[in-house]
Design a protein around this ligand. Structure first.
Ligand code: CA
Length: 236
């Protein structure tokens, strides 16, 4: 089992879960199944997974909320399963940090192809150590709450850590200040847009201290911030 990419399936319909378990096993993955969002979050807290297949309609809440909670702590890729083919689902899913989605019904072959594509995109050739997620220059070690930038451990505050972790998990994706606020801060209502700006500023100066001129956090005027894809591994 060691070495097989572990995939977490969070899906309340046993028939769908069975199909997914079989399809993923056949393709050389080590899938595990949880039927509720709560059980899924507990499984993610217990050990690292390479990817989460997350149903949107769960008995104990929405898969979007589960994704949001995952995103405050982990950069693990999320593939949403949805029964509703609406644009809203798509936008919501991607805004909350989902990496892709499939609309039911879908074929097992479609799912495994999508899983492989996401893993290729997010992992590149790099296999991070358990508990650590790497994107080229940046390696995030969740177990120790440490970020290494070009091999140097950064001395970050809690929100700097969470902000950098969140941005670096999706290189090239632009997040608005509001999205960052919701994803990173525990009490977004009590914070201001400039809170994000202030933390980006201090993060940048800490990154610059390691590599002057690299500046992997990009500003998109009127839109927000992204983490540079140049800092991501080749092929990502
Ligand atoms: Ca469901």
């Amino acid at each position: 089992m060691e070495g097989l990419p572990r995939i977490l399936i969070v899906e309340d319909e046993p028939a769908i879960a069975d199909t997914l378990l079989y399809a993923l096993k056949t393709e050389g993955f080590a899938p595990e199944w949880c039927a509720t969002g709560r059980a899924g979050l507990a499984a993610l807290a217990a050990k690292p997974f390479a990817l989460v297949v997350l149903d949107v309609g769960l008995p104990d809440g929405s898969g979007f909320d589960v994704c949001k909670q995952i995103r405050t702590r982990l950069a693990v890729p999320v593939l949403f399963l949805t029964a509703r083919n609406t644009e809203l689902d798509r936008v919501l899913g991607l805004e909350l940090g989902g990496d892709d989605y499939l609309v039911k019904p879908f074929s097992p072959r479609e799912l495994t192809a999508r899983v492989k594509a996401i893993l290729r995109r997010t992992n590149g050739a790099v296999t991070p150590a358990p508990g650590a997620v790497g994107h080229g220059d940046i390696v995030v070690d969740d177990e120790r709450c440490v970020v290494r930038y070009r091999g140097v451990a950064l001395d970050l505050t809690r929100y700097e850590f969470r902000l950098l972790r969140f941005l670096a998990a999706s290189p090239g994706r632009v997040f608005s200040r509001e999205q960052l606020m919701r994803a990173v801060w525990e009490d977004p209502a009590a914070s201001l847009d400039r809170t994000v700006d202030a933390h980006v500023k201090t993060l940048r100066s800490k990154l610059r201290a390691v590599a002057p001129g690299a500046d992997p956090i990009r500003t998109h005027r009127g839109l927000g911030y992204s983490f540079s894809e140049d800092a991501a591994p080749a092929g990502a």
